[in-house]
Design a protein around this ligand. Structure first.
Ligand code: HEM
Length: 121
C-alpha cells in the first residue's frame, strides 16, 4: 500500500491538510513566515508540503523548491516545527508510527532545498 493510501487516500489527506494547517497557523514561532500570506496560498502551501511528504499520485508537481524558498531565510528550527506539526497531525488522524516515520524521511530528503544556507563563519 502506498503511503498516500496508508494515511487514508484523498479523504485522509484532506483531513490531514486541515489539521496540519490549523497547527501551523496557531504556532507563533512560524508566524514570521506565514503571517500576511493569503489564505488560499497558505492552503496551497500546506497541500504542496503534504503531497511532497506523501508522494501522492498527481498532487505535487515538483516545482523548484529552492526557487520557491529563496530569500525566505527558513531556519532549521522552523523546518523542524513544520515537520513536527505534520507528524502530529498524521498521528492524531490514526496513521501508524511506521507511516509517520516514512513521511518524516521523505520530507527530510527535501530539507536542503528549503532551509536557508547558513554562513559558515
Ligand atoms: C518539504 C517542505 C516544503 C515544501 C514541499 C514546500 C513547498 C512549497 C511550494 C511548492 C511553494 C511555492 C508555492 C507557490 O508559489 O505556488 C512554497 C512557498 C513557500 N514556502 Fe514552502 N515548502 C516546504 C517547507 C516550508 C517551510 C518549512 C516553510 C516555513 C517555515 C515554508 C514557507 C514557505 C513560504 C512563506 C512560501 C511563499 C508562500 C507564498 O507567498 O505563496 N515552506 N513552498
Amino acid at each position: 500500500m502506498s503511503l498516500y493510501d496508508e494515511v487514508g487516500g484523498t479523504a485522509g489527506v484532506k483531513a490531514a491538510v486541515a489539521v496540519f494547517y490549523n497547527r501551523v497557523t496557531a504556532d507563533d514561532s512560524l508566524a514570521p513566515w506565514f503571517e500576511g500570506v493569503d489564505l488560499s496560498r497558505l492552503k496551497a502551501h500546506q497541500r504542496a508540503f503534504l503531497s511532497a511528504a506523501l508522494g501522492g499520485p498527481e498532487l505535487f508537481a515538483g516545482r523548484d523548491l529552492e526557487h520557491a524558498h529563496a530569500g525566505l531565510n527558513i531556519t532549521p528550527e522552523a523546518f523542524e516545527s513544520v515537520v513536527q506539526h505534520l507528524a502530529t497531525a498524521l498521528h492524531d488522524l490514526g496513521a501508524s508510527d511506521e507511516a509517520v516515520a516514512r513521511v518524516r524521511e521523505r520530507v527530510e530528503a527535501l530539507r536542503d532545498r528549503v532551509v536557508a544556507l547558513q554562513p559558515t563563519d
